[in-house]
Design a protein around this ligand. Structure first.
Ligand code: NAD
Length: 389
C-alpha cells in the first residue's frame, strides 16, 4: 500500500486499503458514524466495508496492527448507518443536500461524529459539502469508488454542489480526515464510467512537468482495469503535489481547471439533452476545445496541438455526441464562476509544456472562431450521433 501525505491527512492507495476504515473508526468510538452512498455504490460497494474481499496484505500504520490485514469475513466497519442518495450529476444539488442534512439530524450526528463518503465524485463532493457545513464542520473520510473520484475528486478538499444546473456554484474547501483509494471497487464500475474517469488522468498527464505519466498512458492500447490501475498512484501524486503548493486555488492549482471552462459548459448543456454526458466525457471535449483555442491564440504549435489531441483521441475515439451551438455554450460559460464580465479566464497550454493560468478571452469576439470550430466536430473523432452507454 502506498501512503501519500496531503494537507493534514494521508491518502492511502492499494487493493484492500478499505480495511483501514476499521482502524479509523476506532478513533470515533462512542460517536455516531454514517456512510453516505448512492444507490449504486450502496448496492455494489457497501458490503465491502463489512466484508473486504481482498486477500492482499496490508500493513496498518496504526497501533496494534493485525498481521496480514483483515481476515476475509471479519467486519471492517462496526457501523450500520447509511444515507443513500440517488445517483447521478442531476442529484448533486440543494434538494439532495437538504435530505442528507435532515438525515444527519435524525441520526443525531454530533460535532465529533464521522461521515464516510462511499462513492464517485458526486457522493464525494456532496457528502464532503454536507460534512463541511454540518455543525460548522465535522470529520469525513473519502472512500472513492469510481476511477474519476479515485484520481481526482476525492483529493484536494474541494466540496460542492450545483445550483440551477450550473456546476459547483456552492462549495467549500475542507480537507478530509483521510482518503482511502481501494482500486478493487473498480470491478463493478460500468465501463463507460471507467473510461470517463480516464479524462482527468489525461489532464494530469498533460499538465505535469514530469512526462512519465503521459508516456505510460500513451503506451496503453486498450484501457483495462489491469493496465490503468498502476497509473492511479501517479495520477493522484500529480494532483496532490499541486494541491499541497496551493490549497485554496490562488495560483498554481488553477492548472487543474484545464479543460473545465468548456467542459463544465458542455456538461451543463448536455444534462438538458436526451444524451447527458458524463463528467469525464465533457472534460475530454473541454480539453479538446481549449487545445484548439490555445492553437488559435498561437500559444501552441500545430505539432503540439496534434500531439495533445491524439493523446485524448486514443481514449475517447468512441465518443459521439451532439455539441451545443456556440451561442448556447457562450451563454453557459458567461454564468460560470470563472468569468469577469465578457472576458473569460482560461487555463491554456503553452508551447514549452507549461500553462498560462489566466488567458483572458472575449468569447463574444472569438465566437466566430468558435463557430468555425464547431468544425471541432471534424476533429477526427467527434461524430454526431447517440452516445452508447
Ligand atoms: P458519479 O459520482 O456520478 O459516479 C459515476 C457513476 O458510477 C454513478 O452512477 C455511481 O453510482 C456509479 N459508481 C461509482 N462507483 C461505482 C462502483 N464501484 N460500482 C458501480 N457503480 C459505481 O461521477 P464521477 O465520475 O465519479 O464524478 C463526477 C463528479 O466529480 C462531478 O460532479 C464533478 O464535478 C466532480 N469532481 C470533483 C472534483 C473535486 O476536486 N472535488 C474533481 C473532479 C470532479
Amino acid at each position: 500500500m502506498k501512503i501519500l501525505q496531503s494537507l493534514q491527512h494521508q491518502i492511502y492507495i492499494g487493493d484492500g486499503s478499505v480495511s483501514l476504515l476499521k482502524e479509523f473508526t476506532k478513533q470515533y468510538a462512542g460517536e455516531q458514524i454514517v456512510v453516505i452512498a448512492d444507490e449504486n455504490t450502496y448496492r455494489h460497494c457497501y458490503s465491502l466495508l463489512w466484508h473486504p474481499t481482498s486477500t492482499s496484505k496490508i500493513s496498518f500504520p496504526f497501533s496494534s496492527p493485525k498481521k496480514g490485514g483483515s481476515p476475509a469475513g471479519e467486519r471492517c466497519l462496526e457501523i450500520g448507518r447509511a444515507i443513500i442518495i440517488p445517483s447521478g450529476e442531476d442529484h448533486k444539488n440543494l434538494t439532495t443536500t437538504s435530505t442528507v442534512l435532515e438525515q444527519l439530524l435524525r441520526y443525531q450526528i454530533n460535532r465529533n461524529g464521522l461521515i464516510i463518503n462511499l462513492g464517485g465524485g458526486v457522493v464525494g463532493d456532496l457528502g464532503g459539502f454536507c460534512a463541511s457545513i454540518w455543525k460548522r464542520g465535522i470529520d469525513f473520510i473519502q472512500v472513492p469508488t469510481s476511477l474519476l473520484a479515485m484520481i481526482d475528486a476525492s483529493c484536494g478538499g474541494k466540496n460542492g454542489i450545483n445550483l440551477d444546473g450550473i456546476k459547483n456554484q456552492i462549495g467549500t474547501f475542507k480537507q478530509p480526515h483521510a482518503v482511502i483509494v481501494d482500486p478493487s471497487f473498480l470491478k463493478t464500475l460500468p465501463q463507460r464510467e471507467f473510461i470517463s474517469g480516464i479524462a482527468e488522468m489525461l489532464k494530469h498527464a498533460i499538465i505535469s512537468k514530469d512526462k512519465s505519466h503521459f508516456y505510460q498512458l500513451s503506451e496503453i492500447k486498450t484501457p483495462t482495469i489491469e493496465n490503468i490501475t498502476p497509473q492511479i498512484e501517479q495520477s493522484i501524486t500529480i494532483k496532490n503535489e499541486i494541491v499541497l503548493q496551493d490549497p485554496y486555488e490562488k495560483n498554481i492549482r488553477k492548472v487543474l481547471n484545464f479543460g473545465h471552462t468548456f467542459g463544465h459548459a458542455i456538461e451543463t448543456w448536455s444534462q438538458t439533452t436526451n444524451y447527458p454526458l458524463l463528467h469525464g466525457e465533457a472534460i475530454a471535449l473541454g480539453m479538446i476545445y481549449e487545445i484548439h483555442l490555445a492553437h488559435h491564440l498561437q500559444l501552441i504549435s500545430k505539432a503540439t496541438t496534434t500531439h495533445y489531441l491524439s493523446f485524448i483521441q486514443k481514449f475517447f475515439s468512441h465518443l459521439g455526441t451532439i455539441l451545443p451551438t456556440t451561442d448556447v455554450l457562450i451563454n453557459i460559460i458567461l454564468h460560470d464562476k470563472k468569468n469577469n464580465n465578457r472576458k473569460i479566464s482560461f487555463v491554456l497550454p503553452l508551447e514549452n509544456g507549461g500553462f498560462d493560468l489566466d488567458v483572458r478571452v472575449d468569447l463574444i469576439e472569438e465566437s466566430f472562431f468558435l463557430k468555425k470550430s464547431s468544425t471541432f466536430a471534424n476533429i477526427n473523432f467527434i461524430t454526431f450521433g447517440e452516445i452508447k452507454s
